[in-house]
Design a protein around this ligand. Structure first.
Ligand code: SF4
Ligand code: SF4
Length: 719
């Protein structure tokens, strides 16, 4: 749970997880195994189509919430179930405690329910003198440890078998060994009597089916069947978001749930509860069944044009499985009660600003969660929007405001970058790196070597380059972004040389500025909008077929984020659309537009691996262009196991969370070195800064270049 008062404290809390070797290795193994199992589980399915169907079903839920609720309530009550509506967590807990008192229930068995975790139901029932026993094995373990779940589907993933052995030894008073099968038997024996003795069973629900008043439960252990059948009272607590029209819709969700959650082809049990049936333990009378439907901020979410998509969440937990931050720190630090990407958003709506304010900043914007989401939720955008809302509520920090003002003033921003080359002189090494970190940086930032600002920015070099393209076959505008303009102009120069050989006419509009992604990452949306406008206007008068950027993050931001940022400016819509259509990344342009072939290069067989930047492979969906070009240009391509994993840069993220950035980078560099490649190519200057700086710091011989530099070097001379 999030108790940190400020970001500094939160970073310290994260450090505890980074220092937990077992946690790190468990999450690491799971991340690698999950990737493979999921791919196998979906190998014969059109995942895109299934995800779109789920999104459509659940969009229907948020749009027709009242209608579905009324239909569900009427059908369930006709089946003999009592349906309750709870506005918030306190009311839900009170309703359930009252049911327990009225039915003289002294002991409760529970199956896994994230909604009950959300309301902290156990605490309330226990405070009323009612014994509550969790019966899902993972939940049982964490209940004994007085902890919350660290994953929505695998609540005890953070614990080792030795820890469980010690725990169960304490509970049973016997010294056990750490054989997993034996430990499971211990839990089964302890729980069996609890099921028999329980007065009341509490479950959640994966679905609330409006047409029949049925609830559906998806489980692996079968405990939910005992919870719903043995006790004489059954209470199911579920959020409004669980409402769906029909059982056919539920089947579609079931077909994706476990595959996306853990890579299992199917789940062990799907349990349907329709009405109050006979109960032998109640002397053959009908069981008393109550459904408690919880709002707790969901209605507000459903009515929000942007956040209503959260209703598409089927709680598969996959957004945590692929998140590089979760992989480092686990759910207790990357979440409050709900964890992972969706947890960052739900915490704000269900538990308030105070619990969400630090947490929501711990997103590197890698888009892995969006890519894997079973409901096609644009999680990174929602996380950034939550951050902006929190800043708008509580005030923007002064450094954010100053940087926003600076970025909006292009001339001042560029003057400062130019003057940096003089300011850095005392700290500059001859190898292009900063010698001593300035005092504003601290030790924790010292995990990578930092490059110096270039002697001359690309914007000053470009007019001096003689581009003799007489009969251009294509005209392009170059968008450099700040890093390539002021730190790595040689990458832009390589592009100009390569393009000139292939009859590409180029222009470089001088009024272009930073793409604005750094300020968007900081939650400064107003500044991000202003900078977007500046850049669109800078290219407006250029007669070009394409706008090329060598930075995948810039390309993805220009293409996909600008329309969102400027959506309220209706007079500008056509310009934004026209601009976005022209934007293309370097590798796609060379591969798909120029279509360069082997005869265009002199290859040297250099063993080369590739880092696929998050905003290239996921942001732009470009998965193979650069890799194909490596082979076309005559290099030997070796695929890294973690080719598409984030490098830990994330712009301002690496400055804000250096400890996490360092560990994500370490994993990446280990993977790169494991390939045995002499050379690493990538398509993003930010990634180059991170990877090159990290490799330099560890004394590696692997050379890091932009793909365009490797292509330009091997490109044959023009005839
Ligand atoms: S964008 Fe990346 S870092 Fe952020 S929550 Fe999603 S997976 Fe995690
Ligand atoms: S947000 Fe998407 S990936 Fe995450 S739990 Fe929900 S459905 Fe699964």
């Amino acid at each position: 749970m999030q108790e940190a008062k400020n970001l500094k404290q939160y970073r310290k809390d994260c450090q505890q997880s980074l220092d937990n070797d077992f946690l790190r290795s468990a999450l690491d193994k799971f991340a690698v195994a999950y990737r493979e199992s999921r791919a196998n589980a979906f190998s014969e399915y059109d995942v895109r189509q299934i995800v779109e169907e789920i999104a459509e079903i659940k969009d229907g839920t948020s749009a027709n919430l009242t209608l579905l609720y009324e239909q569900f309530k009427a059908a369930a009550e006709a089946n003999g179930v009592k349906v309750h509506y709870a506005v918030d967590a306190d009311e839900a807990n009170k309703i359930i405690a009252d049911i327990a008192h009225k039915t003289e229930s002294k002991s409760v068995v529970k199956s896994k329910s994230m909604t009950a975790e959300e309301t902290l139901l156990n605490h309330v029932l226990e405070a009323e003198g009612i014994e509550v026993t969790e019966t899902d094995l993972g939940e049982y373990i964490i209940q004994l440890r007085h902890e919350g779940p660290s994953h929505m589907v695998l609540p005890a993933i953070h614990l080792s078998r030795t820890q469980v052995k010690d725990l169960f030894s304490d509970v049973t008073g016997r010294q056990l060994d750490d054989n997993i099968a034996e430990l499971v038997k211990v839990a089964r024996k302890e729980l069996r009597q609890k099921f028999i003795d329980a007065d009341m069973g509490v479950t959640g629900a994966n679905f609330a089916i409006a047409e029949s008043g049925t609830i559906g439960l998806v489980t692996n252990e079968g405990n939910a069947r005992l919870v719903t059948t043995l006790p004489r009272v059954h209470v199911a607590l579920m959020g409004l978001d669980k409402l769906i029209p029909s059982v056919d819709d539920a089947q579609k969700i079931v077909s994706v749930l476990t595959k996306n959650a853990t890579g299992q082809a199917i789940t062990s049990y799907v349990t349907w509860v329709t009405g109050a049936n006979e109960n032998k333990l109640a002397g053959g009378k009908a069981r008393e069944v109550h459904f408690v439907i919880l709002d707790n901020g969901r209605k507000e979410m459903a009515e929000d044009p942007l956040f209503s998509q959260v209703f598409r969440c089927v709680r598969c937990g996959a957004c945590a499985n692929v998140c590089p931050v979760y992989r480092m720190v686990g759910g207790h630090k990357m979440g409050h009660i709900y964890i992972g990407a969706i947890g960052l958003i739900l915490t704000y709506f269900f538990h308030g600003t105070d619990k969400a304010k630090n947490l929501v900043q711990n997103c590197i914007n890698c888009e892995a969660c969006k890519d894997i989401c079973a409901g096609d939720i644009d999680l990174p955008r929602l996380i950034k929007t939550v951050h902006t809302r929190i800043l708008d509520e509580g005030g923007h920090p002064l450094p954010f405001t100053l940087l926003s003002k600076l970025l909006k003033n292009r001339k001042l921003f560029h003057s400062l970058l130019r003057s940096a080359k003089w300011a850095q002189k005392p700290m500059q090494n001859s190898d292009g790196y900063v010698r001593h970190l300035p005092m504003i940086f601290f030790k924790e930032h010292d995990f990578k070597a930092l490059p110096t600002v270039a002697e001359k920015p690309f914007r000053d070099i470009f007019p001096e380059i003689n581009q003799s393209v007489e009969n251009p076959k294509v005209k392009v505008g170059l968008f450099s972004g700040c890093v390539q303009d002021f730190v790595y102009p040689e990458q832009m120069v390589a592009a100009v040389e390569l393009f000139a050989k292939h009859d590409v006419a180029m222009s470089f509009p001088e009024t272009q500025s930073c793409c604005g992604l750094p300020v968007q990452m900081m939650g400064e949306m107003k500044a991000a909008r202003d900078v977007a406008l500046q850049n669109i206007l800078a290219f407006e008068k250029e007669d070009v077929d394409y706008i090329i950027t060598l930075c995948a993050s810039c390309a993805s931001h220009l293409k996909h984020n600008y329309p969102h940022l400027l959506k309220d400016d209706v007079n500008f819509a056509d310009k934004v659309e026209a601009f976005g259509k022209k934007v293309i990344d370097l590798s796609s342009f060379v591969h798909d537009v120029l279509k360069l072939g082997e005869s265009d290069f002199d290859g040297d067989g250099k063993k080369t691996t590739f880092h696929s930047p998050c905003h290239l492979c996921r942001g732009l969906g470009v998965k193979s262009s650069a890799q194909n070009l490596i082979k076309t240009a005559g290099m030997e391509y070796v695929k890294a196991q973690e080719e598409e994993s984030c490098c830990g840069f994330g712009g301002t993220y690496s400055a804000k969370f250096p400890e996490l950035s360092e560990q994500i980078l370490k994993m990446k560099l280990d993977d790169i070195e494991n390939t045995g490649a002499e050379q690493l190519l990538t398509d993003c200057p930010g990634c180059i800064m991170q990877l090159r700086g990290g490799l330099k710091k560890r004394g590696s011989d692997v050379v890091v270049q932009h793909t365009v530099e490797a292509l330009a070097t091997r490109s044959k001379k023009k005839d």
